[in-house]
Ligand binder design. Sequence first.
Ligand code: SAH
Ligand code: SF4
Length: 340
Amino acid sequence: MDFKKLSAFLEENGLPAFRLKQVRDAVYKNFAVSWDEITVLPAPLRERLAAGLRVNSLDTAETLVSKKGDAVKFAFRLKDGHVIETVLLNLLPEKWSLCVSTQVGCPVRCPFCATGRKGLKRNLSPDEIVDQFLAAASYLKKTRGQKISSVIFMGMGEPFYNYEAVGEAIRAMTDPDLLGLGQRHISVSTSGHVPGIRKFAKDFPQCNLAISLHASEDKLRNELVPLNVTYPLSQLAKALTDYIFMTKRRVFVEYVLMDGVNNSRSQAAKLSSWLRSVAAPKYFTINLIPYNRTGGPFKAPAKERVKVFAGLMEEYGFEVTVRKSLGDDVAGACGQLAGK
Ligand code: SAH
Ligand code: SF4
């Protein structure tokens, strides 16, 4: 919601300022997404407001629920017709995480990711990011009477290529008068945007940082994550060392396992030594993500090979998790968001 516009409208029409607070509470506390739901306002006022101002900037084009009910994918249509995707994930009983998008498409163009395939269309505005939360929260409240407990910036787009808007959205999400989430319940995933990592350490030292690594040699990483050409592994290593030194926080390392590409024993050893060159193993949690199909030439490794890779990393002293693939039946798993 454009609160500046609302406030100007109230002033121009000589309406009391407490209306602003009423609308703010209805949107941020009760997750109203349309004027009809804001019943504290008199109906004629609601009608006038509806003519010029939207409560939520997003239209829900589609809502898909996974068979197990543990993932809900929303396709949201933006004002200019572009479609973005947002996924609710039920990772623990009664605990919902929301995976939000930050851009329409993505400029990084990783060859294994459906979002990257189309390149970048445009950045999302702070409102368009926060509205994903508000629309999903409204859905969760109405359908299950539950709440979102954490947000992961892991949907479409490279968050640090849209740093200002992402920062403003995080501020709204963590503002106790607005959405009131703790910084520790917010995670941002980057493909390795070095200036973004450095700024994030200063601006949001309590939020979680996840790095999409996927390879620990420049030659392979240049292919898998083309941003590596701009910010090679040596620069990324320095930025992460400084990040850990400044924040004393653990970094989440995401590693999409692709059979025959980055899952050999020697690659596990290289991953370990690269991480150790950054900081002690206790500063890392490695999330192994078996590749989700996106129509390219890549293949997920067999389950046993995932286990072998995970076991090796554990032997090297790292905490390892293998990410469950929630929502692949609704094309809502990592890397499958295309906004078709
Ligand atoms: N652009 C950011 C955040 C969005 S991508 C980033 O790359 O970190 C979110 C995660 O999904 C990343 O770790 C990404 O590498 C992973 N991912 C992309 N395509 C995937 C696929 N086909 N299978 C599994 N994970 C994938
Ligand atoms: Fe962009 Fe992340 Fe997909 Fe790479 S994996 S294309 S950085 S969204």
